[in-house]
Design a protein around this ligand. Structure first.
Ligand SMILES: CC(C)=CCC/C(C)=C/CC/C(C)=C/COP(=O)(O)OP(=O)(O)O
Length: 335
């Protein structure tokens, strides 16, 4: 549960688990340590723009990453059809803390349960031929959440107030690191990418991300994209900054700026992502919370009541069945 950054290159995590199932008391059971350092430069896109009509044609003709049918798939559950499955599903994994709070557990237990849920959804995407899964794991706005400090450490060492420590940021970072390490060693056919302002992440995590992206870059069954320290506004701002620099350097004129150019500079385009076909948000909240703002222009939205740790196969099937009923017009005429 508590997690400390005692040195910029080291993330030191302690996790507590209940002694007995459903018991309110918690004892320490495990310790995780991670280290290394580096920084990751922002990648510059060289892809052609893909906006609305062009983009739709690209998807239909299989030119967008994640488009086209994969080779190995399970039969689909009743009510789903191969031709009406989304290629790219994006998820706002909301409700982890509420799930934990409802059980008298610390926030960290909610995130651990959320990670288990994510593993289940990744598995289902692989089985059902969904090619891209983007998960909103940590918003640029989440940095204001509690981070453990020295006083918390003292409390912790003396065994007091353990259940009141809310050290979400560092814990989440160590959870990402563990999950990434596991993914890199799994040797499944899954490509993992991260989008977001990686310069804000601990150096050890930046290094790990770089190596996982490199190790998995040729995998093709599923592209799992984790949005960390990401927000839709951040993405648009960094795209504008990049365009402004090009204007300043005389590479383009202000009149050249259009939707294609902006889209080209977005981090999603740099990661060679198609736009999401379906966005799922769990936990009953009906908002976008600064996730993909540009990219959701023609995305179908589905809001589930379950908290993310409870989101399982039946919920996913319900979302996909709902997606199947939608008539997508991309702002154009009826089909
Ligand atoms: C490797 C990897 C991607 C791990 C996934 C871990 C995970 C489930 C992260 C979710 C993070 C997050 C801020 C969710 C929002 O729920 P919340 O904390 O705001 O919950 P609340 O709405 O109940 O307060």
């Amino acid at each position: 549960m508590p997690s400390l950054s005692l040195h910029p290159s080291y993330v030191f995590s302690l996790r507590s688990e209940p002694l007995l199932p459903n018991a309110p008391s918690r004892l320490l059971t495990s310790v995780f340590i991670s280290f290394t350092r580096t920084s990751r430069p922002l990648r510059v896109s060289t892809r052609e723009p893909n906006f609305t009509e062009e983009y739709r044609n690209d998807v239909v003709n299989g030119r967008v990453a994640g488009a086209g049918a994969p080779a190995r798939e399970d039969p689909l559950p009743e009510g789903l059809r191969r031709e009406s499955m989304p290629r790219h599903v994006a998820v706002i994994m909301d409700g982890n803390r509420r799930w934990a709070r409802a059980r008298g557990l610390p926030a960290a237990s909610g995130y651990e349960a959320g990670l288990r849920s994510l593993r289940g959804v990744v598995e289902l995407c692989c089985r059902w031929g969904i090619r891209v899964l983007t998960v909103f794991a940590f918003s640029s706005d989440n940095w204001v959440r509690p981070k453990v400090g020295f006083s918390s450490l003292i409390f912790f060492v003396f065994g007091f107030l353990v259940r009141f420590l809310s050290v979400e940021v560092d814990f989440l970072m160590s959870l990402f690191a563990r999950a990434l390490r596991k993914e890199a060693s799994n040797r499944r056919d899954i490509r993992v990418s991260l989008i977001g302002d990686s310069t804000k992440l601990p150096k050890a995590l930046q290094k790990l991300i770089e190596s996982v992206e490199e190790t998995t870059k040729n995998n093709s069954r599923l592209h799992l994209v984790v949005a960390v320290s990401y927000s839709g506004q951040y993405d648009i701002v960094q795209a504008c900054q990049s365009i402004a620099l090009k204007v300043k350097d005389g590479l383009i004129e202000p009149e050249d700026i259009n939707e294609f150019l902006i889209e080209k500079e977005l981090q999603t385009n740099c990661a060679q992502l198609s736009r999401p076909d379906l966005l799922i948000r769990t936990s009953g909240e009906l908002r976008l919370s600064n996730f993909f703002l540009w990219q959701l222009a023609y995305t179908e939205l589905f809001f589930a009541e379950s908290h993310w740790p409870d989101f399982g196969e039946p919920d996913f099937i319900e979302a996909l069945r709902s997606f199947r009923q939608r008539q997508r017009r991309y702002g154009g005429q009826d089909p």
